[in-house]
Design a protein around this ligand. Structure first.
Ligand SMILES: Nc1ncnc2c1ncn2[C@@H]1O[C@H](COP(=O)(O)OP(=O)(O)O)[C@@H](O)[C@H]1O
Ligand SMILES: [Mg+2]
Length: 271
């Protein structure tokens, strides 16, 4: 199993036009890795490049210091993956990759993954994917992405369009997978993922790698133009009462980080 996926001086292009800054970054297993940046900064293109679908780039990708070949080792869930359903039933959709690989246990695995993402397999197995609600479609798409559970899982905006509870639940499952897989998530709204995150890669006119999420938040608080954090972070930092439990803990840990008074436990919390 890979422990670390490393991008070395990656430059992305479309028809010789360069997208954003040169990117160097390490992604590790254990915690979720986040890629953030404004719309059009190249986040989706970078995921497609890592997965081997976008070929127009320079630089190198390494897995544990060996040249990385994505073939069979990566699953990518595209932005709005539910638009790409092409099978006539939920069961066929989820099991497609397993059947392609002649996996005899395709049915058990498909059922297990649907249930894990929160879809009652018996009720949904024969339904047409287009009959489902937005949230159900997303869970089916994520099941189809994880059934093979390769070493590296790339998810492009997996929580977009879901309500807060839905996002919390999916974020919990993603974080479980990240314990022993390299999980890289593109998001424009890190709220539900931030406490589960290890490294953060910001891309745009400049690319910046943060080794822990507190470092990213600290920079964003010090330079509000760098990355606009959700309001509740700013409120928490001003020590105003906030309703949410986890962000408050995070805010306190970032606060200590900024003051230089963080203890070991805070760094542990910081990932
Ligand atoms: N197929 C394409 N051909 C040419 N340019 C593209 C194509 N897809 C995306 N781009 C351009 O590449 C840049 C990055 O796009 P994308 O990776 O989708 O950004 P993000 O996911 O961060 O919103 C944008 O400027 C976009 O216009
Ligand atoms: Mg995108």
């Amino acid at each position: 199993m890979i422990n670390c996926l490393e991008l070395r001086e990656i430059e992305l292009f479309y028809k010789n036009r360069r997208i954003g800054d040169k990117i160097s970054c390490r992604f590790e297993k254990g915690r979720v890795n986040l890629i953030v940046g404004r719309a059009g900064s190249g986040k989706s293109t970078l995921l497609r490049a890592i997965a081997g679908f976008h070929k127009e780039f320079s630089g190198k990708i390494f897995a544990d210091d060996m040249s990385f070949d994505s073939e069979g080792r990566i699953a990518l869930a595209f932005q709005n993956p539910e638009n790409l359903f092409f099978n006539p039933s939920v069961g066929d959709e989820v099991c497609y990759a397993l059947i392609q690989k002649d996996d005899k246990e395709f049915r058990q695995k498909g059922i297990a993954w649907l249930e894990k993402w929160g879809i009652e397999a018996s009720a949904f197995w024969k339904k047409h994917p287009f009959e489902l609600s937005g949230g159900e479609k997303r869970k089916v798409a994520l099941s189809a992405c994880t059934v093979l559970l390769p070493e590296v899982i790339l998810l492009d905006e997996p929580l977009a369009g879901l309500d807060f509870q839905g996002r919390e639940k999916l974020a919990g499952i993603i974080s479980q997978i990240a314990r022993d897989h390299i999980v890289i998530i593109v998001t424009h709204d890190p709220e539900n993922l931030i406490d589960l995150t290890g490294r953060v890669l910001f891309i745009g006119d400049q690319a910046v790698e943060f080794k822990c999420v507190n470092e990213f938040i600290a920079k964003s608080l010090q330079e509000p133009d760098f990355y606009p954090l959700p309001d509740w972070y700013v409120q928490a930092m001003e020590q105003k009462p906030i309703k949410k439990h986890i962000p408050r803990l995070r805010a306190e840990s970032v606060f200590k980080y900024l003051q230089g008074t963080a203890e070991d436990a805070d760094y542990l919390f910081a990932g």
